[in-house]
Design a protein around this ligand. Structure first.
Ligand code: ZN
Length: 144
């Protein structure tokens, strides 16, 4: 009798509600647990991806390496959510945003303690790993 295949479902620890449990980039969760927000970089063509991808969408290479999302990015756009998907209702209102780091952009949530009046396009922000009260992991944007 063959042993059942082990499922790598580390991604079920991601976010308020995890919509994906099995991916080829589950190391992302281990890095997040250690306080690092990571993307992937194509070794063959140098393009950077966030969220991390196992394959390059430009040259189709699967030779990827991890890089840390670090430094300051600029707030490109943001939106205040007054209605939320199922599972996120208790968080309302909250802000989602895109922060531009130059070689790549990051989509995510703005930390709850960033005052709304401080938000403006161009604001310098950084991405930080975050542990939710439930034990789930995510990342948020804070002022740089
Ligand atoms: Zn590539």
């Amino acid at each position: 009798m063959s042993k059942p295949r082990e499922i790598d479902d580390r991604f079920k620890r991601f976010g308020t509600v995890s919509f994906t449990s099995v991916t080829k980039v589950s190391d992302f969760i281990d890095y997040l647990d250690k306080g690092k927000v990571m993307g992937t970089c194509c070794i063959d063509c140098g393009r950077k991806f966030f969220p991390p991808r196992a394959d390059c969408g430009f040259c189709l290479s699967s030779h990827m390496e991890w890089f840390e999302v670090s430094g300051k990015g600029k707030l490109l756009t943001y939106s205040k959510l007054k209605y939320a998907p199922v599972g996120f209702e208790g968080d309302l209102p909250y802000f989602i945003a895109v922060v531009d780091f130059g070689e790549y952009k990051v989509f995510g949530r703005i930390a709850n303690d960033v005052p709304e009046e401080d938000l403006k396009v161009g604001l310098e922000m950084k991405t930080v790993a975050n542990k939710l009260a439930s034990g789930q992991l995510n990342y948020v944007f804070v002022k740089a």
